[in-house]
Ligand binder design. Sequence first.
Ligand code: NAD
Length: 360
Amino acid sequence: MSQLHRINASRLHQFVQAIWLYAGSTTEEAGLVADHLVAANLAGHDSHGVGMIPSYMASLAQGHLQLNQRPTLTKDAGAVLTLHANQGFGQVAAWEAMKLGIERAQKLGIAAVGLHHSHHIGRIGHWAEQCAAAGLVSFHFVNVMGDPMVAPFGGSDRRFGTNPFCAIFPRQNAKPLLLDFATSGIAYGKTRVAWNKGIEVAPGYLIDHQGHATTQPGVMHQQPFGSLLPFGLHKGYALATMCEILGGALSGGRTTHDATVQSNSDAIFNCMTTIILDPAAFDAPAMQEEAEAFIEWVKRSPKSGDEDIQVPGEWEEANREARDRLGIPLDATSWQQICQAAAQAGMPDEELNAFRLLAV
Ligand SMILES: NC(=O)c1ccc[n+]([C@@H]2O[C@H](COP(=O)([O-])OP(=O)(O)OC[C@H]3O[C@@H](n4cnc5c(N)ncnc54)[C@H](O)[C@@H]3O)[C@@H](O)[C@H]2O)c1
């Protein structure tokens, strides 16, 4: 297993921002990308953190990722907005899309935003947290355009992306309830993290190119490619299908099929349909008390093992607390790849060598 470094979050943020500045992003864009990637690591989702930088750099070199784009509002129907992201950084496009959706939901009580043709929008919980920070509830249906990795229930080869679903509920005196997961049993990035660390993944998540069960993450990274499996048998597959259609088709984007499927590309393009609700628009004065009563009730269930009963979102909060204090863990392979990406972006040796010292 490759060596693990611990890196201070704010120094890592400076490094990531510097990388994208050298690559050609504006200060604002580089800052939004760094905010998102470091926040994903802090939340414990290393699959969507700074380890994405080499893939983003490759996507830029291949002409897929477009720097310094702003999403274009192609239709404004009042409560429903549609935006074309122009292949720009998802960390910018989704941030702007949420900003517009939040303004509408605050005015109308409800808003929907379709965002399409966006470069990778990363950890979806980040966008839900943007809504919750404004006191709003949100739901997010996301597809990964033309980049199949997951086999349908009953199938044996890759047909659609890891299509995440996300929902958030802000609480009065606690961090929001946050459901945020891929509809595959594990996120693709988690196979990359396992592969870089030289470890297997748990059984039940992967099949090889012949449809046989395997625990080797390499089947997702070396030809002949295998597939991820949906979580929860037919139920996860059914939710993934709704993410594909609601996220990909309803948003004005594309779904995965013969005409859109792409291969040999490092680019990840997402489409997302977001519904944002103002809880104050409901006639539900006891909403918070009812939510808290339920949380307190479920947590009183006698424990079946050593693990505490958590509600969705607590796992991320616990990671934030620990990683703020102890630093962000990064395996040596990922760190090496990020440093190579920094050199590719044009960071001078002297500056890069100073940043290399962050990994001790
Ligand atoms: N942009 C994309 O194309 C894309 C695609 C797939 C996944 N993703 C992102 O990848 C990230 C990782 O996804 P994942 O599927 O690996 O997530 P995961 O399997 O780690 O599940 C995370 C969810 O489970 C909750 N959770 C964890 N432990 C819990 C417990 N004991 N009790 C109750 N709830 C608990 C968390 O709070 C969170 O809501 C997500 O942030 C997702 O948005 C993005």
